[in-house]
Design a protein around this ligand. Structure first.
Ligand code: GAL
Length: 353
């Protein structure tokens, strides 16, 4: 973080000056109606000389988004002295829409939105644009036509994304790097279980599709034995894995999980089923949670893919501040995934915490 702070130091000075002259009143004064900012769901408000930023997260109980939102808040406060109002949409798009209205009514200078439903991006962009408030989407992949619309209409809207196809491809490559390219029981076919994140999520769709594609592109035969949706959740991941194991047991070579929380749950199910992970069955996830990286070091999980929450949150914050200052920004910033296995250069790394 330190070097990013240095990189943005100049940026911050310019920004602070702009705010002192132009918009200081917005965030510097506390109005009676703003006391509600301290209600449940607000994660603290720091020094108030910077911009007022409204953030809505699709669910607070999502393990990866916990890391993301705490980095986002810390970076905005430390680097831009922002006043951060953060809200939990609790998995309900209507709740998030109301939160966005509240952000607008309380004169936020910029919004960072992690949409509950990716399909809501167009409406959210129109709402913030009509109110003249810059917006950055995070952790979602608004489609190209929507992004082109922002550009054509000169809307102050951007998005910080990852390439889910890249994450899936890395997961497949991790399995190809295992003994017998994942064909643990040597029957000429990699029989797998797919534990998906969410229905209607591009991240889930592409991670699932591309991990299998990496195997078939390498000439490996595959067969899907079981698939289910675990809502990115450890307990649900564990339940699905237990269900698959009870039906298919030793026929399963690989359990692909769309994220690490579910992979960690699947690992528990494998151990409870009396199988030896890393020997009887291979597991792979995405996110590089610290716990999962620990299991990789123990040889229980074959690998994961680093989902760079620091890079993403800092890019989102920097982009929003640029838009608030009236500067141009791309409609899309892509942050790379990184493969993490026992043999990768990342093996000494502790994991996302
Ligand atoms: C993904 C992440 C998952 C979950 C999901 C929520 O990028 O890998 O763990 O947080 O976002 O949309």
């Amino acid at each position: 973080m330190k070097c990013l702070i240095r990189r943005t130091a100049f940026f911050f000075l310019v920004f602070a000056a702009v705010f002192a002259v132009g918009c200081g009143g917005k965030s510097g004064q506390s109005k009676p109606g703003e006391s509600s900012d301290k209600e449940a769901g607000t994660e603290g408000i720091a020094a108030a000389e910077g911009p007022k930023i409204g953030i809505s997260i699709y669910r607070y109980d999502d393990t990866f988004m916990k890391l993301y939102r705490s980095e986002l808040k810390q970076y905005l406060e430390e680097t831009y002295h922002a006043q951060v109002i953060m809200r939990n949409a609790g998995g309900d798009q209507r709740v998030q829409d109301r939160q966005i209205r509240e952000f607008i009514d309380s004169k936020c200078d910029g919004l960072i939105i992690n949409p509950v439903e990716a399909s809501a991006a167009g409406t959210i962009a129109d709402t913030s644009s009509k109110a003249g408030i810059p917006l950055v989407f995070i952790n979602s992949e608004p489609d190209e036509s929507e992004r082109n619309r922002w550009k054509d209409r000169h809307m102050a809207v951007s998005s910080v994304e990852t390439d889910s196809k890249q994450a899936g491809t890395y997961q497949g490559q991790i399995i190809l790097e295992t003994l017998k390219k994942g064909d643990r029981n040597n029957d000429g076919i990699v029989s797998y279980v797919m534990i998906k994140g969410e229905a209607n999520s591009d991240a889930s769709r592409y991670r699932s599709e591309y991990c299998v594609k990496a195997l078939t592109d390498a000439g490996v035969k595959t067969e899907e034995l079981f698939s289910g949706t675990g809502n990115w959740n450890r307990e649900e991941g564990k339940k699905l894995a237990a269900q698959a194991l009870s039906v298919y047991g030793p026929r399963i070579d690989v359990i692909f999980s769309n994220n690490d929380a579910m992979a960690n749950g699947a690992l528990e199910a494998v151990e409870e089923a009396g199988m030896i992970p890393g020997k009887d069955i291979y597991l792979v996830g995405v996110d590089a949670l610290q716990e999962t990286v620990g299991y990789i070091k123990e040889g229980k999980i074959a690998g994961t893919v680093l989902n760079d929450h620091q890079g993403q949150s800092q890019t989102a914050a920097d982009t929003l501040i640029r838009l608030i200052q009236g500067e141009d920004a791309e409609t899309r910033y892509l942050v790379d995934y990184i493969k993490v296995t026992m043999n990768s250069t990342f093996h000494n790394w502790k994991g996302n915490d």
